[in-house]
Design a protein around this ligand. Structure first.
Ligand code: PMP
Length: 426
């Protein structure tokens, strides 16, 4: 096959006819496939069912986990998340089943009351802003959008977001109050920030005294290869520069045990911990300590978590490989029409198609029974300026379904690109 960009109009028309036939064959299969959300499959959740076998509800310090109390979490739960995140237990607050909810509450606190270091609540700032490395996690962006906080796109690279741009913006503009980051195996590219990027986040000067880094470690132990990639711990790194109050680190067991019934955690400085507890205690008396205890008994410590994640990897790695192999076989011969990331962990692969084609690809897939995350979803306000990015989530379907979905996806990419090239040839 010759490369699409070198094809004559006649060749493109012939290729289009071939692809339309393959596409019609897929459509006739009446498929119902979904690679939209980063959900673990049932087999992954089955791995954690032993967690539910709990007979005794007494924590190691004698606390009855069934009762009120311990707003910051059980000692042993704080110790488990401290081990996983690389911080001290007194800097860990253990929440409910969702880290996203902790993030929402913190943005809400900033907006309504401000933080201990805020000159005023963010709602009283004329145009409060957040920086958003893109592509990023759509649900982060929806939180800031909900509060009317303006979002500024920051380009991503395999080393992390563009730090030159970030340092310049935050040094100049006190209305920039925060940034969304997924430092390890980022959603959706699967990139891990470099040590230098983390150091620059820890040390940079900000015009806003209450600038906050929302450092979402959703995929901190979600390795897909033998390489255990770890980044410097932002909270500890920031301490070296006296900037620890700017850090909110998050994680959860959503993609370790159960997304609907796991445990989340926040790590922050001593000052922030005091302040956050003061605000949270108005809202809630204590979180679900029975679940905290179950998780500690099942996972034990970071070593236990990593051992459990190996079991996930056995199921997930073949699904990721299937997608990448199909892309290489079906798209590489077409020339420069698409490229994709090669994550060493996390839950997603980013597929970048020829600009102006992503929406069309997602629509073609949908019409043939394959649901993808909406094109543009990984950008603030759902707007991908290039209309190029698609987020692929290969975790939920079975391997067989992932294989089928990947081939269909490549047919749709090729068809959309041929259509675009023909349009341009007009
Ligand atoms: N952060 C990121 C980057 C995610 O990808 C996800 C889940 N897709 C979440 C947070 C949600 O986490 P939780 O279930 O703890 O709310």
């Amino acid at each position: 096959m010759s490369e699409y960009r070198n094809m004559t109009k006649e060749q493109l028309l012939a290729e289009k006819a071939n692809l339309e036939k393959s596409y019609a064959d897929f459509k006739a299969m009446g498929l119902k496939l979904n690679m939209a959300r980063g959900k673990p499959g049932p087999h992954q959740m089955d791995l954690a069912m032993d967690l539910l076998k709990m007979e005794d509800y007494t924590a190691s310090d004698g606390t009855d986990a069934r009762n009120y109390g311990n707003l910051e979490g059980l000692e042993e739960a704080r110790a488990l998340f401290a081990d996983v995140m690389g911080v001290q237990p007194q800097n860990v607050f253990v929440g409910g089943n969702s880290s996203l909810q902790l993030m929402y509450f913190l943005v809400s606190i900033g907006y309504t009351f401000g933080f201990q270091d805020s000159p005023c609540p963010w709602s009283q700032v004329e145009k409060p802003k957040f920086l958003c490395p893109v592509p990023g996690y759509d649900r982060h962006f929806r939180i800031t959008q909900e509060f009317g906080i303006e979002m500024i796109n920051i380009p991503m690279s395999p080393e992390g977001p563009d730090m030159d741009m970030i340092e310049k913006l935050v040094a100049e503009d006190a209305s920039i109050k925060g940034i969304w980051c997924v430092p390890q195996y980022s959603n959706p590219d699967g990139y891990t920030y470099s040590d230098e990027t983390v150091r620059r986040f820890a040390s940079m000067k900000t015009a806003a005294p209450d600038f906050k880094i929302f450092w979402d470690e959703a995929y901190i132990v979600h390795h897909l290869t033998d390489e255990i990639i770890e980044t410097p711990v932002l909270l500890e790194e920031s301490r070296k520069y006296g900037n620890e109050d700017r850090v909110f680190m998050f994680t959860s067991t959503s993609k370790i045990t159960f997304p609907g019934a796991g445990v989340s955690a926040l790590a922050c400085s001593d000052n922030s911990m005091k302040y956050v507890c003061k605000r949270f205690e108005v809202m809630i008396i204590s979180y679900d300590k029975m679940n905290q205890l179950r998780h500690v008994r099942f996972l034990k410590n970071k070593q236990g978590v990593l051992a459990h994640m190996q079991k996930h990897r056995r199921r997930l790695a073949p699904c990721f490989d299937a997608v990448k192999t199909t892309f290489a076989q079906e798209l590489t011969p077409c020339g420069d029409i698409a490229h994709w990331t090669n994550p060493k962990g996390g839950y997603f692969i980013s597929l970048y198609v020829m600009p102006g084609c992503a929406k069309r690809v997602a629509q073609l897939c949908k019409d043939a029974g394959l649901v993808l995350t909406g094109a543009g979803a990984a950008f603030p306000y759902g707007r991908d300026p290039e209309d190029s990015h698609l987020r692929i989530a290969p975790t939920y379907p079975s391997l067989d379904e992932v294989e089928k979905a990947s081939v269909l996806l490549t047919v749709c990419v090729r068809l959309a690109v041929v259509e675009k090239l023909l349009e341009q040839a007009e």
